[in-house]
Design a binder for this molecule. Sequence first.
Ligand code: ZN
Length: 295
Amino acid sequence: MRIGIDLGGTKIEILCLNEAGDEIYRKRITSPQGDYQKTISSIRNLVINAEKATGRVGTVGIAIPGTISKHTNLVKNANSTWLIGQPLSQDLQSILKRDVRIANDANCFALSESTDGAGENFETVFGVILGTGVGGGLIVNGHALQGINSIAGEWGHNPLPWAGEDERFGSNCYCGLNGCIETYLSGPGLARIFENLYGTSISAIDIATQPDEIKNTVFALYENRLARALASIINVFDPDIIVLGGGVSNIERWYETVPNLWNQWVFSDQCDTLLAKAKYGDSSGVRGAAWLWPL
Ligand SMILES: [Zn+2]
């Protein structure tokens, strides 16, 4: 069987696919925060338990935030910062006693959605994860672009475009810069809008339960920023479709409001790019991870 693991900032998910590609096992746990060794042992336990439950042995593909540096073989660019600089690939190969394949989570997500999800039958897809962090993956004719620096699609660490006066400086980002798109469009970025406006902090999920007036004010600012950030991708990559995943993608109004807003920044008389929600939900990345190994 093929085993996929999505190593996220808040959860780790495992999925097992049989030879026909059908799902035969799935489990999700909370990510150990700030602890690399616990992350490794959690992954080992997930694989052992999955193989015990299914009675099979599998290939292992893992979707991670960030990527593996070609120069050092260590993790770079992960918003789960406790992974940065760690020999994740070597450690997992030795603890699982097999080769593992590792790829960027947004690339796995975008590949899954372009293969048989919301981006199926489109030549070019930009897959976006709006979660603990913000990642992007560029798909052309069914293949994820890696890039010579393994950072193709990493739009979350560009600055927010067409920034207003109050957006110029922005919050500090773990990457060392400030005002990155990720600091505005991640779940914590959405929650920060509420905090700045109303002086108390609540989680991004709880904003949806606020009275209409409050909710609409917060969402209007967020979707304006999302439309600007996506317009900058459309101006460079001009994709057929943009697919959103991650926890923040579950807010339905983006799919109506954002394509109406982005026209004002897209350098075209009209914009035919579609915006869609991921078909496989916020766990689409785990399918792309399983597919890192061929049948
Ligand atoms: Zn950044």
